[in-house]
Design a protein around this ligand. Structure first.
Ligand SMILES: Nc1ncnc2c1ncn2[C@@H]1O[C@H](COP(=O)(O)OP(=O)(O)OP(=O)(O)O)[C@@H](O)[C@H]1O
Length: 266
């Protein structure tokens, strides 16, 4: 009887942890003593698609990198599922900005995807046939199986973006953080990527993406976090993605930007 009650407790705890958000508290990051992100609190709702939106230089990439410990913040705490993020990295997949990656590195597409499994297998761990099958299935999800043996330097920008998404899929994470996944891709690739992100949400996973095209925010995302060094607002798109909040994030430059993303391109 006691054992049954314990099993029930463990299940309830696991369930409530799954519903605990990715939470950022008091995050401040400075470069050369100038704050790029200042005192940001954010609570990412589990099982939703959240956009991080703000002008160039607003600190969006910096916030993601600092939240994951890739760069060291001046201050702040970040938790995932109620625990320090450093203990939870095996549940988190990060897709960096394409421009920040050395695409001349001599490695095949399939090997990039298999890198997504390193946290599970260890760097020197042996990959099984099932691992390779899983990696191929991830490539299939992004429509890139025909390119498995290609060197990554021989891919187009959109194809590179898809491969990085496949690597994140291979990680089988709870939380996906993507830095501008739609940057420089054509309409077909954008459609393919958003379909994958929505399928992750349908599986109960959480997706956060830095996003520049304001016109697609309402179609693509459930929630939005507006940033300009400080947090301007966060919440459901319907109530948060307002002209007032956009004006506060982008300054006077943005009277019509919600329908004209070109207005904020520079
Ligand atoms: N390594 C660095 N050293 C010094 N300053 C940096 C560094 N990285 C970013 N910055 C500065 O920090 C600020 C925030 O940059 P960040 O890349 O986080 O902005 P962003 O919102 O992601 O911009 P974008 O939309 O252009 O990608 C900018 O002013 C940028 O110049």
């Amino acid at each position: 009887m006691l054992q049954l009650a314990n099993a029930e407790n463990v299940r309830a705890e696991a369930q409530s942890l799954r519903q605990s958000p990715f939470a950022i508290r008091g995050l401040t990051v400075s470069y050369d003593q100038k704050p790029a992100v200042f005192s940001v609190d954010a609570t990412i709702e589990p099982g939703k698609l959240t956009a991080i939106v703000g002008p160039n230089g607003a600190g969006k990439s910096t916030m993601l990198k600092a939240a994951l410990g890739i760069i060291k913040p001046l201050s702040g705490q970040v938790t995932h599922l109620g625990r320090p993020v450093a203990d939870e990295m095996h549940r988190i997949a990060y897709v960096p900005q394409r421009a920040s990656v050395d695409w001349d590195f001599p490695v095949r597409v399939i090997d990039v995807v298999l890198m997504g499994l390193f946290r599970k297998t260890g760097l020197l761990g042996r990959l099984s046939g099932a691992d390779r099958k899983h990696a191929m299935a991830c490539l299939e999800r992004v429509g890139m199986t025909d390119f498995a043996s290609r060197q990554i330097g021989q891919l187009s920008g959109g194809q590179q973006q898809r491969v990085f998404l496949a690597r994140a899929l291979a990680q089988d994470a709870d939380l996906y953080l993507l830095d501008e996944p739609f940057a420089g891709v054509d309409a077909a690739t954008e459609k393919a990527i958003i379909a994958v992100l929505k399928s992750l949400r349908a599986e109960g996973r959480t997706v956060v993406a830095v996003h520049h095209d304001l016109s697609t925010v309402p179609d693509y995302f459930d929630n939005v976090l507006l940033l300009n060094v400080r947090k301007i607002a966060e919440g459901p798109v319907a109530t948060t993605f307002t002209d007032e909040n956009l004006g506060a994030a982008y300054g006077g430059r943005l009277a019509t930007a919600r329908i004209d993303p070109a207005a904020v391109a520079g």
